[in-house]
Design a protein around this ligand. Structure first.
Ligand code: B12
Ligand code: SF4
Length: 299
């Protein structure tokens, strides 16, 4: 199979492109390009969007204008006219190099670049030279502080927040900024954070990462699902079945919506057949279950 180049290579960032002046109080949020591999997660990028940027968008003060660009939708490079005062980029290991290239391009032209996300949390020293500021940890708490400091002309190089606040108090992700037609569903949902297990290979077991188990009220989750007007939702929780009593309550709340959804759980939910039945009645059409290899040689 021949793979089109735009699936494997990021769009060009031309060095000599001229831009206008920086537009104050305009923030651009970018999900950088990563190569699409036909033997791995091919096509997954259009299944459902990450909640990183919609969560930050929801925490943006009303007097700031927000634009969103996901390079993986293959509509070209992120916009630069007008030139945003702030460019917020989410960084994972798999697209860190692209994030740094984008950061350099915007910084040269006068935008302030803020990097956040899992890779920034894991490797802040590597990320620091590429950013005006790093957001280490929960961006929902940090983003309004960062924008206020940009306005006041006193941006610091590093902002740190834990995941200790009440998940219920966080605003719902602002899904209205997403291009709806580009995804199978824009209803990425997150009901819980953290997990009660501590598998050694999982990022949630990383030393120093304190991610207490936290839940949104099932009614809040249902309200978000209804508001997004999609028939199918994807729970992006690391383990939706981590607290079985919570999952039971969530299922009771979702059942009357007559929607369908999928989620990641651990195989031990099947120890509780009544719970599996509640999930099916509530519209669960499939689950993702990860299996660790049983032999060291395979690992
Ligand atoms: C949706 C999703 C996807 C989507 C979209 C990913 C994308 N980059 O667009 C798809 C399906 C394409 C995907 C694919 C893959 N994924 Co994925 N994915 C997720 C998932 C389920 C949800 C992400 C999310 O929305 N999280 C919720 C948001 C709110 O959390 P967050 O991203 O951490 O953001 C917060 C902070 O980090 C910070 N922040 C983040 N960005 C920014 C930016 C700024 C400016 C600021 C201020 C703050 C900030 O603020 C946010 C709010 O607190 C996570 C698991 C999870 N529950 O997080 C896995 C996860 C990220 N994926 C993972 C993996 C391994 C993959 C794949 C490699 C799988 C594979 N083998 O194919 C591919 C790789 C794709 C790629 N090359 O990047 C791992 C990463 C592990 C690691 N330590 O790196 C995770 C953590 C799952 C896991 N438990 O292992 N994935
Ligand atoms: S059950 Fe899943 S989410 Fe929980 S620690 Fe293990 S791998 Fe991570």
């Amino acid at each position: 199979m021949t793979i089109p180049r735009e699936m494997t290579h990021p769009p060009l960032l031309r060095r000599w492109t001229k831009t206008g002046p920086v537009k104050p109080r305009l923030a651009l949020l970018v999900n950088p390009f990563y190569p699409k591999d036909p033997n791995a997660s091919f096509g997954k990028h259009v299944l459902t969007p990450t909640l990183a940027l919609t969560s930050i968008a929801a925490a943006t003060p009303a007097h700031w204008e927000i634009r969103y660009w996901d390079e993986n939708l293959l509509d070209g490079r992120p916009p630069y006219d007008p030139l945003p005062a702030v460019v917020g980029i989410t960084v994972h290991l798999t697209f860190a190099k692209r994030a740094y290239a984008l950061a350099e391009w915007y910084r040269r032209r006068g935008s302030k670049v803020v990097l956040g996300g899992l890779h920034v949390q894991s490797c802040p020293e590597e990320c620091a030279p590429h950013a005006d500021a790093l957001a280490i940890g929960d961006g929902v708490q940090l983003w309004p502080r960062i924008l206020a400091d940009v306005e006041a002309g006193c941006l610091r190089t590093r902002y740190v927040a834990g995941y200790t606040g009440d998940f219920r108090d966080e605003p719902a992700p602002r899904r209205s900024i997403l291009p709806r037609r580009s995804f199978l569903t824009t209803a990425s949902l997150m009901a819980t954070r953290g997990c009660h297990n501590r598998c050694g290979f999982c990022y949630l077991a990383t030393e120093g990462l304190r991610m207490p188990y936290r839940m949104r009220d099932p009614e809040q989750v249902a309200a978000e699902f209804i508001l997004d007007r999609q028939p199918y939702g994807v729970f992006i929780d690391n383990n939706l079945g981590s607290d079985r009593e919570y999952l039971r309550r969530l299922c009771r709340t979702l059942e009357p919506l007559k929607k369908i959804w999928s989620a990641a759980v651990t195989i031990d939910v099947t120890d509780d057949p009544a719970l599996v039945r509640s999930m099916a009645l509530a519209g669960c059409t499939g689950v993702f279950v990860g299996f660790e290899s049983l032999t060291d040689a395979n690992l």
